[in-house]
Design a binder for this molecule. Structure first.
Ligand SMILES: NC(=O)c1ccc[n+]([C@@H]2O[C@H](COP(=O)([O-])OP(=O)(O)OC[C@H]3O[C@@H](n4cnc5c(N)ncnc54)[C@H](OP(=O)(O)O)[C@@H]3O)[C@@H](O)[C@H]2O)c1
Length: 309
């Protein structure tokens, strides 16, 4: 029984040590040393080459190293009968909560204006809004969005979220479905995107959606770049419909050198680093699921291929 593991070379060592400790009965093979394909029962991967997973005849589960699984669905030969499991692990969740809190506090406390003032050597106080006047809305109130929402509540912000299905999170107002999207947007001063990339969410954050926010609202993009129509976002920033944006994900990554986002005075650019899977804590989640599969139980966090996330 073997597990094939594919990630970037630099992080391979940390994963190997954690797997050796927590899964001693399964042989770990590091990509591209595949060996005998029929011995591989588990694959833990990020951006596997198209057709690779289909070449493993005895695969029992595919684990995504990241929360998003769009990198797997890009493979036209992805074996449909094998469970696909997305990454839900404490390190990734904590990292995203930190990022969302940081970005919202930066926008709430006028850090874009203060950065611009610093560049201009300009000293001026900007009035502070109390948190209860800044309504935060998370579009994609799933695992990561829910945890970020709880943390933001702790700062005194009114927090709401939008998802397909209604959620019960103490102190967080849940909006659900297309018919409640406009009400959710109308009460949102800082919009945080934590949606997965699916055919329904691609290009969803466009001029129409952004115009549903109150004038001067701001935006945090941490889901996937292809959800955002970037020309529409730039137009909203230029017109003042949006007063600022913290952007971690882009349609093209790395962000092209000539992108207007780099120099836009109302934008903070990050290189897709909102949160990263932590091998030390992620291996525990993977091992728990392998044990469940070995006992004949359903794995946790299995992707619904119909929904695409
Ligand atoms: N930038 C980074 O570094 C980074 C790191 C990790 C993750 N991410 C992104 O964050 C995403 C979310 O991760 P997660 O673990 O929180 O996923 P999740 O638990 O599956 O949550 C996704 C949420 O989006 C909602 N949703 C999906 N499609 C929708 C639609 N068409 N209309 C309305 N709501 C919709 C879901 O609604 P239901 O609950 O009703 O199904 C769910 O609440 C990932 O897919 C990935 O793209 C980014």
């Amino acid at each position: 029984m073997a597990l094939i593991f594919k990630t970037d070379i630099e992080r391979g060592g940390a994963w190997r040590a954690a797997f050796a400790k927590q899964l001693p009965d399964v042989e770990l093979r590091l990509w591209p040393e595949v060996g005998a394909a029929e011995e591989i029962e588990y694959a833990v991967v990020w951006q596997p080459p198209a057709g690779f997973l289909a070449s493993l005849p005895n695969l029992k589960a595919v684990f995504s190293i990241g929360a998003g699984i769009d990198h797997l669905l890009a493979d036209p030969e992805l074996p449909r009968g094998v469970p696909i499991i997305r990454m839900v692990e404490p390190g990734l969740t904590v990292g995203m909560t930190q990022f969302v809190v940081m970005a919202c506090l930066m926008l709430h406390r006028s850090m874009i204006d203060y950065r611009n003032q610093q560049v201009a050597h300009h000293w001026e106080e900007i009035s502070q809004e109390p948190p209860e006047n800044r309504r935060i809305g998370i579009i994609g109130l799933g695992h990561l969005g829910g945890e970020a929402a709880k943390a933001l509540r702790g700062f005194g912000f009114p927090v709401s979220g939008w998802s397909r299905s209604r959620k019960q999170i103490e102190g967080v107002t849940s909006y659900a479905g297309e018919e409640e999207l406009s009400d959710f947007l109308a009460r949102t001063d800082i919009l945080v995107s934590l949606l997965p990339l699916t055919p329904q969410t691609e290009d969803m954050i466009d001029a129409k959606l952004l115009s549903g926010l109150p004038k001067g609202a701001s935006f945090v993009s941490a889901g996937r770049g292809r959800q955002v129509v970037e020309e529409d976002l730039l137009a909203a920033l230029d017109s003042g419909q949006l007063s600022g944006a913290v952007l971690d994900v882009f349609r093209e990554e790395p962000l092209p050198k000539d992108s207007r986002f780099w120099d836009h005075p109302r934008v903070i650019v990050l290189p897709h680093v909102a949160s990263m899977t932590n091998p030390a804590t992620a291996v525990g989640s993977i091992v728990e699921n392998i044990r469940r599969i070995q006992r004949g139980e359903a794995p946790l966090h299995q992707v619904d291929l119909e929904k695409g996330y």
